[in-house]
Design a protein around this ligand. Structure first.
Ligand code: AMP
Length: 223
């Protein structure tokens, strides 16, 4: 039997999903499909999707389901044959239903949903110090600073703050999370797929807990 891992990362903005994803990708060699990254690339490239998505993103709102669902299912088909790690999708119940239906139609199912949880105060603190490099590498001015302030260690280019990481937008993103994404916690818990991790712990501790959970799940899959 295949031990394919089909994983979803869930949690508020700034809980550390991207940081954990980096480790998981390396440990389990899974394709990483992050809707936020995909959308930012569309915006940068000025594609039709980017043009439509931009105003929603800048306001801290969700991009309409139809647009997101088509975009991500295409990527799962293109890259996710032997498992995947989704970050930032699904974010609404209709998105979760669409994912279920699409992967069930391909004879597959989700392995686990990893909820990295953290309260609003903690994520606001994290996000306000977040800086990103042009190549996507993420730093934190206090907990993970670059060697030279304000520039990327690898390419030496200036670090920037994401437009939607400004405090007013972060507050709206959190409201959106509580209203539209938190219902997915019950949704996945009811299906026995949810695993909770404390995102206020250090990245190394969270990674260790996730690794242990996934090793057990993988073992169970092969039995
Ligand atoms: P993220 O990088 O995951 O925080 O996503 C940045 C922004 O992209 C979000 O605030 C939304 O505007 C948009 N976005 C990302 N993923 C989704 C999704 N699954 N559904 C709707 N909008 C999304």
């Amino acid at each position: 039997m295949s031990a394919e891992l089909n994983l979803v990362l869930l949690g508020p903005p700034g809980a550390g999903k991207g940081t954990q994803a980096e480790r998981l990708r390396a440990d389990f060699s899974l394709p990483y499909l992050a809707t936020g990254d995909m959308l930012r690339k569309h915006v940068k490239d000025g594609t039709a999707i980017g043009v439509k998505a931009r105003a929603y993103m800048d306001a801290g709102d969700l991009v309409p389901d139809e647009l997101i669902i088509a975009m991500i299912l295409e990527e799962i088909d293109a890259q996710g044959d032997d498992g995947f790690l989704l970050d930032g999708f699904p974010r609404t119940v209709p998105q979760a239903d669409a994912l279920d239906e699409a992967i069930a139609g391909r004879g597959r199912r989700l392995t686990a949903v990893l909820l990295i949880d953290a309260d609003d105060e903690c994520v606001i603190k994290r996000i306000s110090g977040r800086r990103v490099a042009a190549n996507g590498r993420v730093y934190h001015i206090a907990s993970d600073p670059p060697v030279t302030e304000g520039v990327d260690d690898e390419e030496g280019k200036p670090l920037v703050q994401r437009d939607d990481d400004k405090p007013e937008t972060v507050r709206q993103r959190l409201r959106t999370y509580h209203e539209q994404t938190v219902p997915l916690i019950d949704y996945y818990e009811g299906r026995g797929l949810l695993h909770r991790f404390d995102g206020s712990r250090s990245p190394a501790e969270v990674a260790e807990h996730i690794r242990a959970t996934l090793s057990t799940l993988r073992l169970e899959e092969t039995l």
